[in-house]
Design a binder for this molecule. Sequence first.
Ligand code: NAP
Length: 281
Amino acid sequence: MPAQSIDGILLSQKLRGEIAARASVLTAKGKQPGLAVILVGEDPASQVYVRNKVKACGDVGFHSVLEKYEADLTEAALLARIDALNADPAIHGILVQMPLPKHINPHKVIEAISTAKDVDGYSVLSAGELLTGLPGFRPCTPYGCMKLIESTGTDLRGKHAVVIGRSNTVGKPMALLLLQANATVTICHSATPDLAQHTRGADVVVAAVGRRNTLTADMVKPGAIVIDVGMNRDDNGKLCGDVDFNGVREVASHITPVPGGVGPMTITMLLMNTVEAAERE
Ligand code: NAP
């Protein structure tokens, strides 16, 4: 029997309904959740991403501010804007869209965001909170992957999870979240000699590589849950993930499609972190 497709659009709608309800409680108390999105430069993909984030804020009843700057904005000017937003009581979350122009140090910018407003969860302190199991903001994409796995009703305790990819924004936090849920976790990367040897024993595989067909049916244990974070283009220019969806769905028990799996969850978890930031304040 083919795997059940995990519908990230449907789950997002459900979670966004819950977020909107939480936002309206806060708004009634005079504390409408607010997100500031900063874009520097003209990167076309980034323009789409920030537009989608601001629209999503409106849909759940958040206040949002989109600040767009020319590519020649100085680092000092950007840091001064972040300082002002850190002090702005109407703003509970600050997101600086990456990538930034080369003359701006992204680490300096991320670290300038107050931890209480770091809804992307990218700062060193937020990463440390995740590592040590303290409450804090979890990076949105892996956080969304956890919700997708949760939606299958699977208890991760004692399961073997394999994460392919070790980036600071996806692979590493993903592995830590799985570990926190009591899975036994293996992290694979470009220097892993025999990827299939690891994935074949996994109850859960999360692919976050950025390369088509990284995970094929022969690499998957029957009944495994497969989460596909990758965003690539196939030969016809169509969006596809890292997983050979048609092959793997014949082996796995659950699988996320691309598009319509992890993608919609990333913005949803940004909204979740922002409403939580407003509630915590
Ligand atoms: P990244 O920073 O480029 O990291 C890719 C990781 O894959 C690296 O750790 C790399 O290993 C590993 N890798 C490369 N080739 C490999 C191979 N042949 N076998 C095993 N591992 C290999 O990318 P990222 O930011 O984590 O993103 C990964 C993918 O997810 C991209 O397609 C990105 O577009 C997508 N993404 C989607 C969303 C979403 O919302 N849907 C959000 C974020 C990212 P090394 O560390 O050894 O180089």
